[in-house]
Design a binder for this molecule. Structure first.
Ligand SMILES: Nc1ncnc2c1ncn2[C@@H]1O[C@H](COP(=O)(O)OP(=O)(O)OP(=O)(O)O)[C@@H](O)[C@H]1O
Ligand SMILES: [Zn+2]
Length: 756
């Protein structure tokens, strides 16, 4: 990249004073334009460089941004995604860049990606930059590591602590300062003292490597013919170094991972980088081990549970090209890859890919955009693709690579219905007699059984027997959920918690509160009564002990140390439990019938995935589904094991009803602490929507979740044809809208996934 400094007239410096160099810097803030800064004498900066600049009384990180010709920017639309060039100011009045980080600059493709997302999601580009430049990760940049080594000089003052350090360093090797202190069991100040006295000398240590290089030929597996075919197509595409999108469509347990690893190997051979996105990377440690078996080392891991220091190192390694494979959560999409050749989106249907606050982006869709900008191969991977992806594959926009059989040779289990109207459990219980019999048989035969219920806690609702009062959250429109292990009532929206009261808060009747409905804790209680000999384990995201504990429990299940697992959706995602022989879905109907356009899709995906955890190794698996509506088309498709029937029907419904992907939506959520003000603002927005026959604006209506964290919520929905530029429409709309003052906030959600 050309340095901006080089653009300044280089000749005749003797006749004129050198012009003050000024550059545009985009700051990670919600502002529409870049700011101008002076480049101090002796500093070289180029577009894409990450710099520290003063802002008001503090300093902030920023990125030197391309300066666009004024003609390129429509000044009539101040919120346009491309940051407007900073307004011309007298250079003498400008503040100077403080320093430039010693890290590879964001390249032109990354800059284009940031601007693309800003434009599409109708967000100020600085907010998207913020996703790429999270302060702490990039700020850890280039802190030198200092090591110490013994000299020949011995200090006059000799204390016990000093002797310990000298003894520890006797071998003559260099150690980091902190390590030396730790090894000797003394405080770092002792080491400092010895440096001052000349007994130790300091050396600058080379930076720790961000990741060991994976070896593409470490252990090449034998692939089934279908795997080999899919792998060959992906490898050829990586070789071609052009944008090409694929759907790796393989049944659960078909070995999609092994197939796409071959494409990763190819990218490594070519010296290009790979990004593997996963919805629950923190909990899929088994995946990292599998990667290590294939490539000799684990990939660089990127998610919120990775330490800031480590993330800083990966950030730099990705930018320099030293890190070649990253496996990460959706935020890894914003890493500044030097040369990205391959993106894999595992479990692409997962709703965790949608970010629901700040910048509302869908990481799967944006990954396709990034691949296009990078000239990379992208593969979306799933046994139950999203409707959007399935439609793209049917239309030939994505190339489908099918893996129709399980690697182990077993069949994907069909779901056998248990009709709760005819063969349900007795009142107050949740496991139907037939399901209990099957569990008993499974456990006696040495297999594992999984009970699936997507409800955390003990009971989803607490009710007063005397007056009928239901306990709800004071600041959300949701019921408080009893958590018996913690002896609390909790709000799953905002985290509010209170002890379980002894009397009804409404009528004060003592001992009148009763739990209604089941959560996993209550199911655990019932299973423990039914199977007193079995080893039981509840698994849900709120398990005490956090991620570490969850990882340990998942490993215990893999190792066969548990007979019956009672879990939420956390256990449904991508896990490979070799001993799991059967699955029982306690309430298959939970997700249906909320009027949510995606309810059928979500239910199908979730239940098909849960069933897909069973029978992945030697023994055939079985799966049961307790339902009050066995005749529902989703249940019918699950029971018949007829995936295509589900997709055919669902796609037809979406087309008929003008729902995505056959139409485009943008949701506007207006919220505020005052209900009337929020509603009034939502109405004012509706009234000023630009009139066109291309867009229909629906609402405002109170959101189904009308109150969250004390904020009242109203929703507007704009709908248009597929080909219409909805982002531009919304941008123009917002530019002419009244300002949202006070506590009011407007959230813009293009392609909404959630309708609550
Ligand atoms: N070629 C192969 N050689 C050896 N083992 C394989 C091979 N392919 C797949 N396996 C094994 O088969 C099992 C299932 O594979 P995998 O977990 O990749 O399936 P999947 O298609 O990702 O399923 P899901 O969609 O349910 O996550 C794993 O234990 C995997 O290690
Ligand atoms: Zn709440």
């Amino acid at each position: 990249m050309k340095s901006l400094a080089m653009l300044a007239p280089a000749d005749s410096p003797s006749l004129f004073p050198a012009p003050t160099r000024v550059v545009d810097v985009l700051l990670p803030l919600a502002i529409g334009s870049a700011y101008s800064y002076r480049v101090p004498e002796g500093m070289e900066v180029a577009v894409g460089d990450i710099v520290v600049v003063p802002l008001g009384t503090r300093t902030t990180l920023g990125c030197v941004w391309p300066r666009r010709d004024d003609a390129e920017v429509d000044t009539a639309k101040p919120d346009t995604a491309k940051p407007a060039p900073a307004k011309p100011v007298d250079p003498a009045k400008l503040k100077s860049i403080q320093r430039r980080y010693d890290v590879a600059p964001l390249n032109a493709r990354m800059i284009a990606f940031i601007e693309w997302i800003a434009e599409y999601t109708v967000t100020p580009p600085g907010m998207v930059l913020r996703l790429a430049l999270r302060h702490d990760e990039s700020a850890g940049i280039a802190r030198e590591r200092i090591g110490v080594r013994l000299t020949d000089h011995r200090p006059e003052r000799r204390t016990k602590a000093r002797e310990k350090v000298i003894a520890a360093l006797e071998d003559g090797f260099v150690r980091a300062k902190s390590e030396a202190a730790k090894e000797a069991g003394v405080s770092p100040s002792v080491v400092d003292g010895l440096i001052d006295d000349g007994a130790l000398e300091t050396v600058v240590l080379p930076p720790e490597p961000a990741a060991e290089p994976p070896d593409p030929d470490h252990a090449t597996p034998e692939l089934l013919p279908a795997q080999a075919q899919a792998a060959a197509r992906l490898v050829a595409s990586v070789k071609a170094q052009t944008f090409q999108p694929f759907l790796v469509d393989g049944v659960t347990g078909s070995g999609k991972t092994e197939a796409y690893f071959e494409a990763v190997a190819q990218a490594i051979r070519q010296g290009r980088q790979t990004l593997i996105l996963m919805p629950e990377i923190a909990l899929t440690q088994a995946f990292l081990d599998r990667f290590a078996r294939r490539f000799g080392v684990r990939p660089a891991e990127w998610h919120s549970a990775v330490s800031t220091k480590r993330r800083g190192r990966i950030f730099r390694g990705v930018a320099s090209g030293e890190v070649s494979v990253v496996a990460g959560a959706r935020s890894a999409l914003f890493l500044p890859f030097r040369d990205l050749g391959l993106i894999l989106v595992d479990e692409e249907h997962d709703s965790a890919y949608k970010q629901e606050d700040g910048v509302h982006y869908h990481a799967r869709d944006m990954a396709v955009v990034r691949a296009r900008l990078e000239g990379a191969t992208i593969a979306l991977v799933s046994a139950t693709p999203s409707i959007e992806t399935e439609v793209n594959a049917r239309r030939g926009r994505y190339t489908r690579l099918a893996l129709p059989e399980r690697f182990a040779g077993t069949k994907v289990p069909r779901l056998e219905p248990i009709d709760l109207r005819r063969e349900g459990p007795p009142r107050g219980q949740w496991i139907a007699p037939r399901l209990a019999r099957e569990m008993e048989r499974t456990v006696e035969a040495g297999g594992q059984a999984l009970l699936f219920l997507n409800r955390r806690g003990y009971a989803p609702l607490t009710l007063c027997r005397a007056c009928g009062h239901r306990i709800r959250c004071p600041s959300c429109s949701s019921w408080l959920v009893e958590h018996r292990f913690r002896r609390r009532l909790e709000c799953h929206q905002c985290g509010y918690a209170m002890p379980v009261p002894n009397e009804c808060p409404n009528c004060h009747e003592p001992n009148a509160l009763i739990p209604c409905g089941p959560g996993v804790e209550r199911l655990h209680e019932e299973a423990a009564k039914l199977f007193p000999q079995a080893r039981l384990q509840v698994l849900s995201s709120d398990l005490a002990g956090g991620v570490e504990r969850l990882r340990a429990e998942l490993r215990a299940i893999e190792d066969g140390a548990v007979d019956i697992i009672i879990g939420t959706q956390l256990v449904a995602k991508g896990h490979n439990f070799p001993g799991l022989a059967m699955v029982g879905v306690i309430d298959a109907d939970v997700g249906l019938g909320h009027g949510d356009p995606r309810a059928a899709e979500r239910t199908f995906q979730l239940l098909h995935q849960v069933a897909g955890r069973a029978g992945r190794h030697e023994v055939e698996g079985r799966a049961f589904l307790q339902t009050y509506m066995p005749e529902h088309p989703v249940m019918q498709a699950l029971v018949a094991g007829d995936r295509d029937a589900f997709y055919d029907r669902e796609i037809a419904i979406r087309e008929e009803a003008h729902l995505p992907p056959f139409a485009r939506f943008c949701a506007l959520i207006v919220s505020g602490t005052d209900s009337h003000a929020a509603q009034a603002h939502a109405r004012a927005l509706a009234a000023c929507s630009p009139v066109t026959d291309k867009v229909r604006v629906l609402g405002p209506a109170e959101a189904p979740l009308a109150l969250i964290r004390g904020r009242h919520r109203y929703r507007l929905l704009a709908r248009c044809e597929r080909s219409f530029d909805l982002s531009a429409y919304v941008r123009a709309w917002m530019a002419s809208a009244p300002r949202a003052g006070g506590s009011l906030r407007v959230d813009i959600d293009i392609d909404p996934q959630s309708f609550v």
